[in-house]
Design a protein around this ligand. Sequence first.
Ligand code: MG
Length: 379
Amino acid sequence: MSDAAIIVAAGRGTRAGGDMPKQWQPLLGRRVADWTLEAIRAAGLSPIILVMHPDDMDTTALPEDVIRVAGGATRDASVRAGLAVLDPDCVENVLIHDVARPCLPPSVIADVRAALHGGAEAAAPGLAVTDALWRGEDGLVAGVQPRDGLFRAQTPQGFRLKPLIAAHDEHPGGAADDVEVARMAGIAVVITPGSEENLKITLPGDFLRAAQILQNRKEHMDVRLGNGFDVHAFEPGDGCWLCGIKVPHDQALKGHSDADVGMHAVTDAIYGALAEGDIGRHFPPSDPQWKGAESHIFLRHAVELARSKGYRITNIDCTLICERPKVGPHAAAMQARMGEIMDLPLDRVSVKATTSEKLGFTGREEGIAAIATATLVSA
Ligand code: MG
């Protein structure tokens, strides 16, 4: 089950100025929509649906993995068109985002997803209003509006897919956003932290503000490397878990968990890049609940930790060191499994193997060692 994204881009907003819709206008060398799509893709959301104006459907260049859907006359009609292509048997949650918010920080997405995975039926980012609020009439202050409990609503707004589809089916239309639709259906919506950077391009001056935020991020991009090393000894058995694949062998690897030495090295490389210790710190071997645990639990935790701290993994490289079993015939399957767990494309996941020329404990076939490197960048 995945978390999908619907990006609403069917509008023809004219307040932003320019001679084309704001989502297709340039922003720091790309289109506004390209920045938005990159932020969504970096979070590992899949599938990604872009709901477009019918006129844009055939004329707009987009990455291959983006699914184009023709939008309707209103925002909620467009969202319904996007929801219609999602398969509730494969998609658990859906995050709905305005295309005109291209500076979406990873932490905002991560907090919405964490709330959903923590049991919330719906979650959406908001910023508490801190300025005093006035009502104005004819250029004069006509009254003061209490700001207690007021929030500025942002996107992405996240929901369990099935209840949201039902809520849209029941709604008469005309809602400002999907939180309004969900609430009308009785769905409670958790408020997660929004961000001042997550601005919605609305007026001409917003392009400059967005460009400054993105430029500032580029200049302060933080690239981090981490390494991981792990060893597990052989014990009697019928195969070894290596990078998520059970490889038939005349022995098994011994360990508290499933002893997947390759996945452990990669997981430790990610923790290392974050200066977050190692697997043992997050999943103590002294805790019986991790006995026999499948190692993808550890790897997924490291990947989520990276996301929640504002980093995306750009590649990993893992080397398994053993005489036997032969890794080569299984390397492609390992690469695919590791990519699936980390939401990374195959050209960013390397799994390879070497022997130690019969030297040392790996050469004597007493166990298997693995080393791994991970690169993370601030997203
Ligand atoms: Mg280990």
